[in-house]
Design a protein around this ligand. Sequence first.
Ligand code: UDP
Ligand code: MG
Length: 323
Amino acid sequence: MNTKIEAVGLSIILPVYNDAQAVDQFLPQLFEFTARQSSACEVILVDDGSQHDLSALYQQHLSQRPDNTALQLIRFSRNFGKEAALSAGLAHARGELIAMMDADGQHPIEVLAQMLTLINTNSVDVVAAVQASRDHESFLLRWFKRGFYYFMQDTNRYELKPNAGDFRIMRRKVADALLQLPERQRFMKGLYAWVGFPTLYVPFQAPPRQAGSSKFNYFSLFELALVGITSFSQRPLRWISRMGLLVSFMALIYGALIVGDTLFFGKDLAGWATLAAGIMFSAGIQLICLGLIGEYIGRIYEEVKQRPLYLVDKVWDSRDSKP
Ligand code: UDP
Ligand code: MG
């Protein structure tokens, strides 16, 4: 059965990294959803170098899939990151509509159904889910995110929608546009904004994970934010020159004050402490700026190497199996 599925209506991409248990619970729910669709569907699992072999899980769910649904598993040679996994999913997807969602159950299927209806009934090319409430996030994280979106938004030609992530559904042409972007540093949120196309946003509330734990901590989020900013915005570079101007201006004023004090009031020169603080302050600022420029150079270095985004170890496809 279901060996020949030519035209695919809907592809669903699930990036998976050490989330076998969650996928095991999520796939049957997803199959229930695809079974209700009138067109042919495909579910693409991208195994982003998980420690445990997902092929057993793939075999196990293969027989349980509905007639209109194909199942594919793409295994990377190692962990390349969620962004690479999504890109691989896009490259393999054959659907007219392509959806991307987390494999841990945090992206509800009801919202996917809603997004599918919206894209079918509206003349938009993308429907993206936006995390509604951020109450559980700490003050620090929210502050950090606000700063991030400020630095990211360096042009008003396109808009980076805050809290809209990878949970989205798009038409084929949008996926093709994303695949055309050659950069190695794939900050997907930025790429979605960059390609444009009419987009509709749907608010949603992410439930807790079905199993396992989040792969992102403060440190990795910070790294991702840095990739985002340095690959999309030149604002930090402009800030460096502004900061330089400001510090030079402050030094000039301070110098004039000291000269004035000595000439007109005969005061002794200010002490060692001021000098030491001044030197350390400017040295610190210079190091920060060098580091920042280094980040940009690092990005250029990564790009010029032209390495592939990911390496595929093996692909399993339900359509390849003998009837
Ligand atoms: N993921 C991935 N590669 C990674 C990290 C995560 O493919 O290097 C997948 C993970 O399996 C999950 C999705 O990306 O399906 C979101 O990850 P997670 O739930 O850890 O992120 P959070 O929901 O906490 O933002
Ligand atoms: Mg999650």
